[in-house]
Each structure stands twice: as structure tokens, then as C-alpha cells.
Design a protein around this ligand. Structure first.
Ligand SMILES: O=P(O)(O)OC[C@H]1O[C@@H](O)[C@H](O)[C@@H](O)[C@@H]1O
Length: 319
């Protein structure tokens, strides 16, 4: 029997190629062999860029965003914890700034894991873990919210998909209340041709109309002015949350899913509000973003001493 010669070298198949992860100057970048990439600033553990396999940027980042740690980054995915919006003065978070301290604290990078080595479905994704705990806060902030906590934020980059997961741990001896939210600035081509499906029949608080509660009757929510609403959509038949679909020009562009996050804020500040924001450029940039912000913010989540909580969301790009 004729024996075939062994090839001189074994070609590396694309599936054997590994993600490239780099941390320099407190900025982490990860790139998959498929071309997908993500950039995360340790300041706020803020995702500032998410590019899909076709090279397209999927997040809006203001050209005037402060990237030097002097204020929260305008755009990408700032993290909101432990309070959403202006804190109620009589609450334990009452002394904290709007949206809490997670987005303007320095996080640490805990490490990366590929789908193969953590027993997830071998889909070529990479998970990046970031940590923040009470001892890492500025002393001034620590005094304003003196609880012993640990956060692990995981960003998983897959082909045309980004997942965000937050693990909150109460390491202290007394219970605390928190809210959490992924303040995602999705890049859209034209807000006037953008719509959101999946919110029909959902109750929402409209912050533009004096924080009154309404029920959504649009099957496809479109935008023609300032929009600032916190939706609490009913669960689907199987008890899971119904995915939201963002459409542009009638074509699906993003699918957003939520896991253990009851709420989703939909925000576009529109022309006048955005013009007044010093860190928002270009001034007509309001036309090119839509914030879809999965979170747990319509009430407080109470975490007893020693307990942990987890919730997350995913963004899939369809274009
Ligand atoms: O300017 P900030 O603090 O980043 O907030 C931006 C917006 O964030 C949204 O989540 C809020 O619903 C809006 O009310 C707010 O204006």
C-alpha cells in the first residue's frame, strides 16, 4: 500500500486561531480571528468601541468624550451602579452623583477566558472580566456609600455579538439596595428612520412627560423628539424577557436580549438637549445614536449580607 507523505507543516485552521487581547495604558482591546473587536477603558470599565466582523462600529462615542478619567465617558457602554438617575436624597445612595460611581471609578482587569477553556459552547468568543470593590473606590466616594461590595463585570465578544454580565456581591454584614444598568449608545444611521419593536403593551415611565406612567401601544416605536423612558416589559409566555429589535429603514439592525433585568431605558436627548451637553460632539450626533439601556432600575434590588446577584444582556448586530 502506498503511504502518503506527511505534510511538512500542519496548516493552522481559522478555528484554531486565538483571540488577541492586549492591555496597554489602561485600555483593553480584544480581537477575534473573525475580525470582531472590542475596546474597554478600565476607567468605568466603559466599552468604547465594538466592531463586528464586517468592520462596522456598532457603538456611538462622542468625539468630545473625556477619555482621561476626568468625567464619565460620553458614549459606548457606561455602567450605572448603584443608582440610576439622580439619587433620591433620602436614600442610602443620596450623596452619590447621577448614575452612581461605577462609570467613573478605576476598575481592574481580572483576565480573559475563551469559550473552549471555561466550558461554554465552543463558539470562538472571548470573555473579559473586570472587577471593582469597595476598597478600590476613592475615599470620598467610599464615605458616601459605605457598603462592602464586589462587582465582576464580564464582556463577552462573539461573532457579531456582545454580551454584558454583572455579578454583584454583598461582602459586608448589612444588606444594601442597588440599581444597575448598561447605558448602551447604539450607533444608528438616522434616528428618524430608526424604530424599536418588542415594547408593545409595556408599561413605561416617561421622564419627558413629568415622570407619568403610560402603556406602550406602538408595535414599532419610532422617534420624532426627545425620548427618555423607562420600560418594564412583561415577560414572554415562557417567562423569559422578550427580545427587543432595533430596525433601521425597516430592516433589523440589532437584537437586544435581557437576562434577569426587568427594565430597559430608551433615550435620545434630541437636538436642544444634546447641543447643551459640553462633551457631546458633533452637535448633530443626536441623529446617529439611540440608547437602549437594559437594567434593573424601576425599583431597588435588595442584597442581603453575603448574597450575590447576577444579570446581563446581549446585543446582536444583524446588518
Ligand atoms: O448625562 P448623563 O448623566 O450621562 O445621563 C444621560 C441620560 O441617561 C439616561 O439613561 C437617562 O434616562 C437620561 O435622563 C439622562 O439624561
Amino acid at each position: 500500500m502506498e503511504r502518503k507523505n506527511k505534510p511538512a507543516s500542519i496548516p493552522v485552521s481559522p478555528s484554531m486561531a486565538q483571540p488577541i487581547v492586549d492591555l496597554s495604558d489602561n485600555i483593553l482591546t480584544a480581537r477575534l480571528p473573525t475580525g470582531d473587536s472590542v475596546t474597554v477603558y478600565l476607567y468605568g470599565a466603559t466599552v468604547t468601541s465594538w466592531k463586528t466582523s464586517n468592520g462596522q462600529e456598532q457603538l456611538f462615542l462622542s468625539q468630545a468624550a473625556a477619555l482621561d478619567g476626568s468625567k464619565p465617558i460620553r458614549g459606548g457602554i457606561p455602567l450605572v451602579f448603584p443608582v440610576f438617575g439622580p439619587p433620591p436624597k433620602s436614600h442610602a445612595t443620596g450623596q452619590l452623583p447621577q448614575h452612581g460611581f461605577a462609570r467613573n471609578s478605576h476598575w481592574e482587569f481580572l483576565g480573559k477566558s475563551t469559550s473552549e477553556n471555561v466550558g461554554r459552547k465552543a463558539d470562538g468568543s472571548v470573555k473579559l472580566d473586570f472587577g471593582l470593590s469597595s476598597s478600590m473606590l476613592d475615599p470620598g466616594v467610599q464615605k458616601k456609600w459605605a457598603y462592602d461590595f464586589g462587582l465582576v463585570y464580564s464582556v463577552t465578544l462573539g461573532k457579531d455579538k456582545l454580551e454584558c454580565q454583572m455579578h454583584v456581591q454583598n461582602k459586608g454584614s448589612e444588606a444594601f439596595d442597588f440599581q444597575v444598568l448598561f447605558h448602551t449608545y447604539l450607533a444608528v444611521k438616522d434616528i428618524s428612520k430608526t424604530a424599536v419593536k418588542g415594547l408593545t403593551s409595556s408599561p413605561y415611565v416617561d421622564k419627558v412627560r413629568s415622570a407619568q406612567t403610560f402603556t406602550e401601544d406602538a408595535t414599532s416605536l419610532s422617534f420624532s423628539g426627545e425620548t427618555d423612558r423607562v420600560y418594564t416589559p412583561p415577560a414572554g409566555k415562557d417567562g423569559a424577557s422578550v427580545p427587543l429589535v432595533v430596525t433601521e429603514n425597516g430592516t433589523d439592525s440589532f437584537v437586544v436580549t435581557r437576562d434577569s433585568l426587568p427594565d430597559v431605558t430608551v433615550w435620545n436627548g434630541w437636538e436642544d438637549k444634546i447641543k447643551a451637553m459640553g462633551d457631546f460632539e458633533p452637535k448633530d450626533g443626536w441623529k446617529r445614536y439611540l440608547c437602549i439601556e437594559p437594567g434593573a432600575v424601576s425599583s431597588w434590588t435588595k442584597l442581603d449580607a453575603g448574597d450575590a446577584w447576577e444579570g446581563g444582556c446581549s446585543f446582536e448586530s444583524k446588518l
